[in-house]
Design a protein around this ligand. Structure first.
Ligand SMILES: [Zn+2]
Length: 95
């Protein structure tokens, strides 16, 4: 699988680190329900379809990307810089 980094170009996925589901919403800090936090921390969906994911170019420019990837075929249909998206992990302090 190859990912096209907007800064570095087309690179092997071995240069990147998977950062998780980009659609996943963190529970509110005020939510004290242990079951909600347990689900958020430990449970993951395993979709066999188009999936929005975070990837970091850890062995390159280190930028966080949001990648649209089909998990069955590994075909990548879109790549963007995650900081350009309001819900990215890079912008948590800005909310
Ligand atoms: Zn890069």
């Amino acid at each position: 699988m190859r990912i096209r980094c907007p800064h570095c170009g087309l690179r092997s996925h071995a240069e990147f680190s998977y950062g998780g589901d980009a659609r996943r919403q963190r529970p509110a800090e005020s939510n004290a329900d242990a079951a909600v936090w347990s689900d958020h921390v430990f449970l993951r969906d395993n979709p066999r379809d188009v999936h929005e994911e975070y990837w970091q170019h850890t062995h390159g420019c280190r930028v966080w990307l949001q990648v649209t990837r089909n998990t069955a075929t590994h075909a990548i249909s879109a790549v963007s810089i995650a900081a350009d998206k309001s819900e990215s992990p890079c912008n948590e302090d800005e909310q």
